[in-house]
Write a protein that binds this ligand. Structure first.
Ligand code: 5GP
Ligand code: MN
Length: 322
């Protein structure tokens, strides 16, 4: 653990330890890191005799690929307290990423933010934020260890899921000895790594193959910009009987083209396009996302924009030329 988070971690431990009830959340459309961290704290808090509610802003849908986690303590968004005593949020870079639970965060007695987004805007009362941490689940592990709350197999599975997904199975640049040591402690707690691997990486619906073939088949390589991009429409989802959630892994298929340093996948949404951006090495897609009202990390980021597909991709091209 890096010394910069020692003091916020101490304050978070104090606030959480003293609370009788915890309201726990994460960003909308939660990924493995967001949901895994939130559930881990929820389970540990309950085991420690606290009241704990875990939810996230709507649409309140648990991604199928994460349904193997113990989600028994999840409550629908509406059941979340409107003015919690202590609220803890994971993997949330700015309050708007809480969706409608932003209001609860504003009303909370104490708001603890546990995050590793380089674009985090510093909201909340206590900030356990380290952009060099590979996952929010890594920071959540420190928090549980600091609270002295036991990490059983259920909790360790939630945490390791966050670390495995956010490190791209221990492959991305944020993977260091420290996150490996944290993962080792979680494995020692009894996690089955094959359960996580199969649930997350080897269980797509058959329609994924069809949608993937359509989307990858129309990918465009723009070598001067070192850009590869493609798009998914509502029509693609319908004809392959899949949802966007089923296609979460698609950006990882697009990004492997070695001619491109940046990969962009545009997904048609009601109000325009949702962009997922990935890069290799020095190219900072996080700042491109921020300029479009989104956020993320240096090598992985996203935003939603109104306008036509051509407008959105042209706006990204303009940033890559700059
Ligand atoms: P993805 O492309 O997988 O949806 O997102 C990649 C990364 O960017 C994730 O870390 C995610 O949290 C972040 N991200 C995606 N969309 C947004 C957004 O609209 N706002 C912010 N602040 N971060 C985003
Ligand atoms: Mn994360």
């Amino acid at each position: 653990m890096r010394s910069m988070i020692e003091e916020p971690l101490r304050r978070a431990t104090e606030a959480i330890g003293a609370a009788t009830s915890l309201a726990i959340s994460c960003h909308v459309s939660p990924d493995g890191d967001a949901l895994g961290s939130a559930l881990a704290l929820g389970h540990a808090a309950r085991a420690a005799g606290k009241e704990a509610v875990v939810s996230f802003g709507g649409p309140f849908v648990v991604p199928e690929s994460l349904s193997f986690l113990d989600t028994s303590l999840l409550m629908p968004t509406e059941a979340f307290p409107s003015a919690p005593e202590v609220m803890v949020v994971f993997d949330v870079g700015s309050a708007d990423r809480l969706g409608e639970l932003r209001v609860a965060a504003e009303n909370a007695g104490t708001l603890v933010v546990v995050d590793h987004h380089v674009t985090n805007d510093g909201f909340g009362d206590i900030q356990v934020i380290d952009s060099r941490a590979a996952a929010s689940a890594q920071l959540c592990t420190y928090l549980l260890e600091s609270l002295g709350w036991p990490i059983d197999e259920t909790i360790a599975t939630c945490l390791l899921t966050g670390i495995v997904t956010d490190t791209g199975r221990f492959q991305y640049s944020a993977t260091d000895g420290e996150v490996m040591r944290v993962a080792a402690r979680l494995l020692d707690a009894g996690v089955r790594p094959d359960t996580i691997g199969q649930a997350i990486y080897e269980s797509v619906p058959f329609g994924y193959l069809q949608a993937s073939s359509a989307v990858l088949g129309r990918a465009v390589l723009e070598e001067p910009l070192s850009l590869v991009w493609s798009y998914v429409t509502h029509g693609d989802l319908k004809s392959a009987s899949v949802t966007y959630e089923d296609l979460d892994g698609l950006i990882d298929d697009l990004r492997i083209a070695k001619e491109a340093g940046v990969a962009v996948l545009l997904k048609e949404v009601d109000q325009g396009w949702r962009a997922s951006l990935r890069s290799r090495g020095a190219i900072d897609v996080g700042s491109i996302a921020v300029l479009h009202g989104g956020g993320g990390h240096h090598n992985a980021a996203g935003f939603t924009a109104s306008g036509s597909r051509d407008d959105v991709i042209e706006s990204i091209r303009a940033r890559l030329r700059a």
